[in-house]
Design a protein around this ligand. Sequence first.
Ligand code: SAH
Length: 490
Amino acid sequence: MEYKKNDIVTITIEDIGNDGEGIGKIDGYTLFVKDAVIGDVVKARITKCKKNYGYARVEKVETPSSFRVEPKCMYYQKCGGCQIQAMSYERQLNYKQDKIRNNLLRIGSFTEEQMDAVMEPIVGMEEPWHYRNKAQFPVGYDREGNLVTGFYAGRTHDIIANTDCALGAPENKLILEAVLSYMRKNQVTAYREQNGEGLVRHVLIRTGFRSGEIMVCLVVNGKKLPAEERLVEKLRGINIAGFGESGQNKRITSISLSVNMDKTNVIMGKEIRVLWGSRCIQDTLCGLTFSISPLSFYQVNPRQTEKLYGLALEYADLTGKETVWDLYCGIGTISLCMAKKARQVYGVEVVPQAIEDAVENARINQISNVEFYEGKAEDVLPAFYERAGREEEVKSNLGESEDDGAGDKLHPDVIVVDPPRKGCDEKCLETMLRMRPERIVYVSCDSATLARDLKVLCEGGYELRKVRGVDQFGGTVHVEVAVLLCRADT
Ligand code: SAH
């Protein structure tokens, strides 16, 4: 039978797709059904037909799956942030475990036997709500022209006015309402993507879950805002309930502007101007203190991050003698955790502000056996390798000892990588292979690019020894993975 757009069909959902959608078949024809949960029987409306498969959305759940739960957020179906909130948390974890495994099988070409031998059960969250310490809220207008802030609807730039996200910190709502109230009272406009006019584009809020320190940064299409002092006054006047885990009150300690006058989807502008308080907030993670500036990356779920870094440390298996490279090091969180257990650590990161934070963080924690390099991993590492190789040659020609006390940078014991979703650049992987570390610890937020890169590393002489997912992003399809590779000849 031929199907066409707007047909209504009854379908049993038998699988889950990469974006969390339900998958089922009618007469052998595959349908991807948005917002359907595995195990549901639904009435679905077909929205798009291709030759061998089509897309549909749920009209009515006829028989709910035993994995179906009441979503916590009323906007969940519209908002692009969560994809699988209607699935029980336990089933979400199974889905993520399978997703990692299947990507390693399909893209990484590992065998079922290998996966059975190396894969450990995923580490879940104790409380899968209000876990995010950071959010960037777009500011704009709704269809009626009212000033609003909230989240983008899935795959669009329409803003859904919701200041009370179930994944974020509860105080975000008060802060966003204060910003909107300041904007209304002082006739401050929101940015309009269509014509590039208007001022306020986004509000970034980041909370130190331990310290209670809160950063508010307005991204502005201009160098300044009207009546900035009134914004500061308004924000400082908020009465925030609750405490950081270290026992101090939650409080705003940093208010800044980020200038972004480009017509771009990139949220943050490079120039930061402090309006009140400090430029950075501080937080603690794994017993270390970190200073975090508005432009730096910092893991969004600190409780799970500690578990993730714990695994990375366990896999690195440090005794105090090792030389370690930490590529994609951000503000130096993994580097500094490793430095306490290694002889020498080298960090590489492309964002200059993050490198500044990393250097400051080494100082705050009185850690001196770490050095940071600014630049792309795929540029810094090969350049370093070439140079150090030449130096080593000269030294050995002169009969000098290689050991200058800083460990062997050229042939480190461990290389840790923690790249963004697109994974590692080929040139970076190639250089890692040439450096031949005993162990490679790969921390990934995208198991598909992870699988692609692991294939290259394993073809280059490494063996997959451990794989473990750590869920940092309940309600969404995303998952973090830690992997240990060892040199096959060891
Ligand atoms: N390990 C850190 C950061 C991980 S996020 C942590 O756990 O906090 C990935 C980091 O890689 C970001 O800080 C990003 O700015 C950086 N990055 C992105 N592309 C890069 C590249 N080509 N070379 C080096 N760093 C890069």
